[in-house]
Design a binder for this molecule. Structure first.
Ligand SMILES: Cc1cc2nc3c(=O)[nH]c(=O)nc-3n(C[C@H](O)[C@H](O)[C@H](O)COP(=O)(O)O)c2cc1C
Length: 183
């Protein structure tokens, strides 16, 4: 099974357990890298051509505006060739109760019909929100498996949960990290 771990994540200022902190690596990227360490797969960051601000307050406003106006922010680089992948492990942070709009751009630019999507998200209390319903609408021909929602502040603490979920879906034997890579 060839797996692509595609994710959108943003480093910078964010609320972590109710307090503003600056993250060197975004929470969703931490989960993506943990999945890769345990079950392998190719990492693919979904990068907006114009990243949202590192300032939390500005980012909140930019993302809300893009959502309410239905903007599809252009992505950096050309679409990725998905033909060699059976499973797309797709990760995002909950933005305003749904998918960040750069993830919508990604989904609309790629044909995921016939693929399995294994979704994961990080959040500050809202879980997936309505993102899974929006995901099914955006990918009508894909098979969407049970997802994992992890609170942003717990992404490093929940390594075992992430590993067990990924292994259950993506590999027959739960074992050691698939590569020697550190988080
Ligand atoms: C623009 C924006 C909107 C957000 N909206 C929600 C929300 O509706 N519900 C929620 O639980 N968390 C929300 N959050 C919190 C993020 O989902 C959470 O901090 C996530 O772990 C950030 O992931 P990242 O570091 O990979 O970008 C929001 C954060 C941002 C920046």
């Amino acid at each position: 099974m060839n797996t692509l771990i595609a994710f959108y994540s943003r480093a910078g200022e964010n609320y972590v357990d109710g307090a503003l902190r600056t993250l060197a690596v975004g929470n969703t990227e931490v989960v993506a890298r943990t999945i890769r360490r345990y079950v392998g797969g190719d990492l693919y960051p979904i990068l907006p051509a114009q990243p949202y601000s590192e300032s939390y307050c500005e980012c909140i406003n930019q993302a809300k505006q893009d959502l309410s106006r239905g903007v599809r922010p252009p992505l950096a680089g050309p679409p990725i060739d998905l033909s060699g992948y059976d499973v797309i492990c797709l990760g995002w942070p909950n933005y305003w109760n749904t998918l960040p709009m750069p993830v919508v751009t990604f989904l609309e630019a790629h044909d995921l019909s016939g693929k399995v999507i294994l979704p994961f998200c990080t959040h500050e209390g809202g879980g997936f929100g309505r993102a899974l319903r929006d995901l099914s609408r955006l990918c009508p021909g894909a098979e969407i498996w049970d997802g994992l929602a992890i609170r942003g502040a717990r992404v490093t603490l929940e390594e075992e949960t992430i590993a067990a979920w990924a292994a259950e879906h993506l590999c027959p034997v739960m074992g050691k990290p698939a590569s020697g890579e550190k988080a």
